[in-house]
Ligand binder design. Structure first.
Ligand code: FAD
Length: 389
């Protein structure tokens, strides 16, 4: 293989380039990214960066790394279409031929179709975070639309800086897609104790220059409005190229699309969950980087392994580090241990383990879930001690 092109220079796209070189790929390697400047990591944007403003600390690799590893980084360039027949991608007047193409286009923020939605700020890119940080330099009344990871991380930082904060969430509990009702309640208590006003089951229905209107009829006055209502995968390129899309670019268990010359990874792809075989799309650094490594091993070494890594996630809110090992559905049950570690289960099997400031249990869960399924009866017989299983 002589030419590999990666579309998207985020966490997964850059990891793919790094891993390809580490595995020994010596051909031409081009990473095309729509954003300008050196690729960076997003997680600190809603955490440390809002306080420190240190953009250099976010860089995935220094400029010299790309030169030294002969990685052609084409920044500030949006790919517009993929010509699969001729294996060429087009961006304006530029064209890049490939033998293998990796789609790593990530997601963009969801804009609910409500009046004034365009007035709200986003928190997705470094540019967004710089804008928010500047806004937080003066006292603000912040309204955050969305009580998921990013909205709550921002809320925690804004409160710690002394701003007034209201979070409006459409669902009846916080982080409902990803954690148990018990963990939602724990984080609701944390944010309320910090002085944040949390409005549940009360979605924003309109936004104006000076606040948001909630479905329940209340108006929240605000001079900083953050939209953190979820994301949509960037699948238009794949769709335009005739590839299957189902809440993500559809790939098989080896992360290959219907076209054997095109792989997809990270936030933009929908892959078969090894436990349930359902197509899932994850939004996490771990998935993007593990996908990238698997694709590199396949392309360079011809490895045929299926993607089977245990998913894990984290979120830092104030002094609470929430960690989740495994993948649960909103309907899964929960068993809460005395120290707060929460075991989600679906049928007989543990689907995920949620912990707060408990790295030991989190690591035990990741290791144990990677070996074999954990059954509820075995865990209960072991006194909910993963180490004793
Ligand atoms: P991205 O990193 O989003 O990169 C995709 C890139 O593709 C973008 O730069 C985009 O501009 C580019 N692109 C799209 N279309 C084109 C095109 N047509 N041509 C060229 N380029 C294109 N995850 C965690 O695990 N833990 C966290 O604590 C956490 N915190 C987060 C906080 C914030 C504020 C945000 C925004 C995300 C956070 N995430 C976190 C999610 C994590 O950053 C993503 O899961 C990860 O970046 C996904 O990597 P990716 O390569 O798939 O996509």
């Amino acid at each position: 293989m002589e030419r590999i092109v990666v579309i998207g220079s985020g966490q997964g796209g850059v990891q793919a380039a790094i891993s390809l070189r580490q595995e020994g790929y010596t051909g031409k390697l081009t990473v095309i990214g729509a954003e300008s400047g050196l690729p960076y990591q997003r997680p600190p944007l809603s955490k440390a960066f809002l306080k420190s403003g240190d953009a250099d600390a976010l860089r995935l690799r220094p400029a010299a790394f790309y030169e030294k590893n002969n990685i052609d980084l084409v920044d500030g360039t949006r790919v517009e279409w993929i010509d699969r027949a001729n294996r060429v991608v087009h961006a304006g007047a530029s064209a890049f031929g490939y033998d293998h193409l990796i789609l790593a286009t990530g997601t963009r923020n969801l804009r609910p179709p409500i009046p004034g939605a365009e007035l709200a700020l986003d928190l997705r890119t470094l540019e967004d975070a710089v804008r928010l940080r500047a806004a937080l330099a003066a006292p603000r009344r912040c309204a955050v639309i969305g009580g998921g990871f990013i909205g709550l991380e921002f809320a925690a930082v804004a409160r710690s800086l002394g701003h007034a904060v209201t979070v409006a969430e459409a669902a009846p509990r916080l982080m409902a897609r990803v954690v148990s009702p018990e963990m939602s309640a724990r984080f609701l208590a944390l944010h309320e104790a910090m002085g944040t006003s949390v409005r549940l089951a009360d979605p924003a229905v309109a936004i104006s220059e000076d606040g948001i209107m909630l479905a329940g009829g209340d108006r929240i006055e605000a001079d900083l409005i953050l939209m953190a209502a979820g994301v949509v995968p960037n699948t238009e390129l794949a769709q335009g190229a005739g590839l299957a899309v189902e809440n993500g670019v559809v790939v098989d268990c080896r992360l290959v699309t219907e076209d054997p010359a095109i792989s997809a990874l990270g936030d933009c792809c929908a892959f078969p969950d090894p436990v349930t075989d359902r197509l899932v799309r994850l939004e996490s650094v771990q998935a993007a980087t593990d996908h990238a490594r698997l694709i590199a091993r396949r392309l360079v070494r011809g490895e045929r392994a299926s993607y089977a890594a245990v998913p894990w996630f984290w979120s830092d809110q104030s002094d609470h580090k929430l960690q989740i090992a495994g993948l649960s559905s909103a309907a899964d049950g929960a068993i809460v241990r005395g120290d707060g570690a929460t075991f989600r289960f679906c049928g007989e099997r543990i689907s995920a383990v949620e912990t707060v400031n408990d790295a030991k249990t989190h690591m035990q869960a990741r290791k144990r879930l990677a070996i074999s399924p954990i059954f509820v009866r075995d865990l209960e017989a072991a006194g909910l001690d993963l180490g004793a299983l």
